[in-house]
Write a protein that binds this ligand. Structure first.
Ligand SMILES: Nc1nc2c(ncn2[C@@H]2O[C@H](COP(=O)(O)OP(=O)(O)OP(=O)(O)O)[C@@H](O)[C@H]2O)c(=O)[nH]1
Ligand SMILES: [Mg+2]
Ligand SMILES: [Zn+2]
Length: 275
């Protein structure tokens, strides 16, 4: 894609070949093996650059919280679109259950009712109170897993739970903004003693979508993908075309309205380049 460059030609998770230099001190990377997949997003510093978050992933755990800080469904949807686009299965984990009152628990139930029927696993955990964390740990076995989410949602706290000797830096969510300061500053991969690898990453504020055009966005909503071949026009973009199966499904409630609204929202934020 013209004008777009990657800020990191090598990402965590890449398999590389190295060569020791004759000086006996330095090592150079001579080759990066082809990636089975990767997650790419716009660089937080420059919209025209992209940043490969990680490569060769079996799954991603999206850490979300409904309190301190709040993760919006819009953010979750952007993350899911990216995961679909790069074919990385995503699991949504709501952490800090110990802080949830009725309002947050209702919100969690709503999330479950939106995301589970369309194929995503949704979990409620509290690392603080050790609720649900053992089961989550089991999901990591023999897989390479990316941990993602806003800053302050507990990604490093989860890694510390798995590796008690590691003592990664974690930090209280800063009070004034409700958003955590970024405590983890670079992506790092850890080998699990029971098989598999897990990658801790710095918190993300915005999931900038690259490599997805306006017109293919609906393909990355599994529930839309499932019905869109019944649209009257095969170039239907599900806005207000006649005979649109997606709109029909939204009207009869089989596609959740929140998801359709997020589709419209995300669609608006995608710039059409040379597609
Ligand atoms: N109440 C509560 N606090 C938690 C829980 N899990 C983590 N925290 C706290 O949340 C704060 C942020 O946790 P971190 O693990 O640093 O968050 P992070 O996602 O790694 O943040 P970045 O590295 O900035 O992306 C810390 O003060 C943790 O102790 C939980 O289950 N309940
Ligand atoms: Mg961290
Ligand atoms: Zn349609």
């Amino acid at each position: 894609m013209e004008g777009i460059t990657s800020t990191n030609p090598i990402a965590v998770g890449d398999w590389v070949e190295i060569e020791n230099q004759t000086d006996g001190e330095s090592t150079i990377i001579t080759r990066v093996h082809e990636r089975s997949n990767y997650i790419n997003r716009t660089s937080p510093h420059n919209r025209n650059q992209h940043h490969i978050v990680a490569a060769n992933l079996d799954q991603s755990l999206l850490f979300a919280t409904l309190k301190d800080p709040k993760t919006s469904f819009g953010f979750i949807d952007r993350f899911l679109v990216i995961s679909e686009a790069y074919r990385v299965p995503a699991i949504i984990v709501f952490n800090k259950a110990d802080l949830y009152k009725k309002k947050e628990l209702d919100k969690f139930e709503l999330a479950k009712s939106i995301y589970e029927p369309i194929g995503y696993t949704v979990k409620l955990i509290s690392i603080e109170k050790t609720i649900g964390v053992e089961e989550l740990k089991e999901l990591l076995k023999d897989k390479t897993t990316l941990l993602s989410g806003h800053s302050g949602v507990g990604k490093s706290t989860f890694i510390n739970y798995i590796f008690p000797d590691l003592r990664l830096k974690t930090k209280e969510v800063s009070g004034w903004s409700g958003k955590g300061m970024h405590t983890t500053t670079f992506a790092e991969m850890f080998d699990l003693s029971f098989g598999g690898k897990v990658i801790d990453t710095p918190g993300i504020r915005e999931m900038g979508i690259v490599d997805v055009s306006k017109n293919e966005l609906a393909h990355y909503y599994p529930e839309m993908r499932a019905v869109m071949n019944h649209c009257q026009f095969n170039d239907c973009i599900h806005l207000d075309e006649p005979g649109c199966a997606v709109k029909e499904a939204v009207n009869d409630g089989s596609i959740h309205e929140e998801r359709y609204l997020s589709y419209l929202n995300i669609r608006d934020t995608i710039e059409d380049k040379s597609y």
